[in-house]
Write a protein that binds this ligand. Structure first.
Ligand code: PEP
Ligand code: MN
Length: 335
């Protein structure tokens, strides 16, 4: 429910509505807009709630939130959410560029690529220390040691660190080193992980599950928001279809769709979305044109030698060209 308050009202009337919302078993959230204050009443929408709230002093009207995701919905909040951490801003006018190798491979590798990417204009460094691999025999990541290497790369460059957390019990450890906690596609519906990240105090980068619908994706984001973490970044990274010319199918309609349905920032991962380095630049440009707030890209000094996902990994030189080309597209769409 959204309780829209009249424009000229005092704090007392807002407080009375907040109390009544609590009595009704819902969670209140006061949102002070430029013109009006609204009290969001989050919880299950059931008959009788409008009648209980609408007659209260200072209330203009009560509107149901139609979407199943309440906190993520644009019905609740029209202004875009801007996630900001250590030089990385996602959801504002500029297009955010997150880049780095699939996996943290060594201290030297991650510090060297971080310096290169920083010089080329990246805003954040990605790199997996905990790797969700299809085969248990594949490289699983350097784990805690990898996190420490990422922290060193941050110290060397100032770049914000984006890295994946795979298990709820690892959230405090990863949050100690990372600036943004990535939840991978395979874990999009790991509800305990979503809740733990919701309680971590760190921004979350939530990747779309490879067979998740938009409602499922946004309800997964809702789990994080519902634990008090407003800083959720949504990432389209491709889905499973019958197509086999690419690793996944990258549906860019999800970008404008999500922008309509939610105030949360939306980024695209053309590396996993295509699985092929040669297709990445075009999909970067298309993503920006479609309204993405940022890109997350796998970049390695020598992709042929990458310990994971080499075939979809671009070189710094290609990344540099992507920055130039996406900058041109961004200016056309006034960003
Ligand atoms: C990754 O970013 O390296 C990754 C494993 O991504 P996804 O969860 O989208 O497969
Ligand atoms: Mn990868």
């Amino acid at each position: 429910m959204i309780v829209v308050m009249q424009s000229e009202i005092g704090e007392e009337q807002i407080e009375n509505v907040v109390q009544r919302v609590k009595e009704l078993g819902l969670t209140p959230q006061v949102i002070h807009g430029t013109h009006q204050t609204v009290v969001a009443a989050i919880g299950e929408e059931r008959p009788g709630l409008v009648e209980a709230l609408e007659p209260m002093p200072g209330v203009e009207k009560v509107l149901p939130i139609m979407d199943p995701y309440k906190r993520a919905s644009r019905e609740l909040r029209v202004e875009p959410t801007v996630v900001q951490t250590r030089g990385l801003t996602i959801g504002g006018k500029p297009i955010a560029m997150i880049a780095g190798p699939c996996s943290v491979e060594s201290r030297e590798q991650i510090i060297s690529i971080a310096k290169t990417l920083k010089a080329l204009g990246a805003h954040a460094l990605r790199g997996g220390a905990f790797k969700p691999r299809t085969s248990p025999y594949s490289f699983q990541g350097h784990k805690l040691e990898g996190l420490k290497m990422l922290a060193e790369a941050r110290d060397a460059t100032g770049l914000a660190i984006v890295t994946e957390v795979m298990a709820p019990e690892h959230v405090p450890m990863v949050a100690e080193y990372a600036d943004v906690l990535q939840i991978g596609a395979r874990n999009m519906q790991n509800y305990q992980l979503l809740q733990a990240v919701g309680e971590s105090g760190k921004p979350a980068l939530l990747k779309r599950g490879m067979s998740a619908t938009m409602d499922e994706f946004l309800l997964a984001a809702e789990y994080i928001l519902d634990r008090g973490n407003p800083n959720v970044i949504l990432c389209e990274r491709g889905i499973r279809t019958f197509e086999d010319h690419t690793r996944f199918t990258l549906p860019l309609t999800t970008v404008p769709y999500l922008k309509q349905k939610t105030h949360l920032p939306v980024i695209v991962d053309p590396s996993h979305g295509t699985g092929k380095a040669s297709l990445v630049p075009a999909m970067c440009k298309a993503s920006v044109a479609a309204g993405a707030d940022g890109l997350i890209l796998e970049v390695h000094e020598d992709p042929r030698k990458a310990m994971s996902d080499g075939s979809q990994t671009i070189t710094p030189a290609v990344f540099q060209q992507i920055i130039v080309d996406c900058g041109k597209i961004a200016s056309v769409i006034d960003r």
